[in-house]
Design a protein around this ligand. Structure first.
Ligand code: NDP
Length: 286
């Protein structure tokens, strides 16, 4: 069985190591703060006395630390020839591409990964990890990677998994921004949020989220018209929301940059287009 090492035992690295141990793998662990190895050693992990002991030729090294600078800071000190690196640290597409070149130039196989799960989901249904880079590495280690989460290979360009990861996070943070602002409005009326969330907001977001399928198809086809609600109507709604926020005494409007984009598109004469046309404003496509 392949030797597997986990470098970085923060919340995510600890979950990754624990899941592989439970699946019966032999796992070596290393972390800057050594005490974090203890619960895993109690589960059967081997503690590496130093980083070089965890990064050995022939081993699969899963690294999950704060950022790519940390990855380079750590692995820049060790011999990488004959090692296979799976980097589950979150980062930018360009960082992943540079890291792949850097690792391969030093004789290591490289696969980048974007973890679409919180630590508690690792090893359970619903967890997804997107991978890009070496297809050969992905295929060779399909079994242990499949223990961590659904493993989906997206491209040989190492930057694509981080790019898709960021696109999904962008959607998530946008949604959280809207939820936060909506909560503030409900709070300003002195109402508890619990009922609002369960009976109104969550079902509404679920239904509206479905529109993304339709918008995606329209953007792919360059169709900017709409039979749902045009930008002119949406501008009136967003103006009204901004005013209501102020009238209710709410500090700030997290929708402001979005409203700015709608205002610009309408000012440019595109009031009959749909919301999906805003993507064109951000990027003209390739
Ligand atoms: P934690 O803050 O819990 O852990 C950070 C890890 O990085 C620790 O092992 C820490 O070591 C190590 N580290 C930080 N700085 C250094 C340094 N200068 N030298 C050596 N080691 C260092 O973070 P998470 O485990 O939550 O996240 C790790 C990665 O996983 C991040 O890139 C994150 O974006 C990604 N991720 C996390 C998710 C989550 O829900 N938690 C979800 C998806 C991705 P030490 O213990 O010594 O401080």
């Amino acid at each position: 069985m392949t030797e597997i090492s986990i470098v970085g035992l923060g919340l995510m690295g600890t979950a990754l190591a624990g899941t592989l141990l439970k699946a019966g793998h032999e796992v070596t662990v290393w972390n800057r703060t050594d005490s974090k190895t203890e619960p895993l050693v109690a589960m059967g992990a081997r503690r590496a006395a130093n980083l070089a002991e965890a990064v050995r030729p022939g081993s699969l090294v899963i690294v999950c630390v704060l950022d790519y600078d940390t990855v380079h800071g750590l692995l820049g000190q060790t011999e990488l020839r004959g090692v296979t690196l799976v980097n589950l640290t979150s980062g930018r597409p360009e960082e992943a591409r540079r890291t792949a070149e850097w690792a391969e130039a030093r004789g290591a196989g490289y696969l980048d990964g974007g973890v679409m799960a919180v630590p508690q989901m690792i090893g359970a249904p619903g967890a997804l990890i997107l991978y890009s880079g070496s297809r050969e590495v992905f295929d060779r280690f399909a079994e242990p990677l499949g223990q961590l989460a659904e493993a989906r290979f997206v491209d040989t360009d190492p930057g694509l998994a981080p790019l898709l990861d960021m696109a999904m996070l962008t959607g998530m943070y946008g949604q959280i921004a809207g939820i936060t602002q909506g909560f503030a409005l409900v709070r300003s009326a002195g109402l508890p949020l619990r009922d609002f969330a369960s009976t109104l907001l969550v079902p509404w977001l679920r239904a509206m989220g479905e529109l993304a399928h339709r918008w995606a198809e329209e953007v792919d086809a360059g169709q900017w018209g709409t039979d749902v609600a045009n930008l002119g109507v949406n501008k009136v709604a967003l103006d009204s929301i901004a005013l209501a926020m102020r009238e209710q005494g709410i500090e700030g409007n997290l929708l402001a940059p979005f409203k700015h984009l709608v205002d610009k598109r309408v000012a440019d004469g595109h009031q009959d287009q749909g919301l999906q046309s805003l993507v064109e404003e951000l990027h003209p496509g390739r």
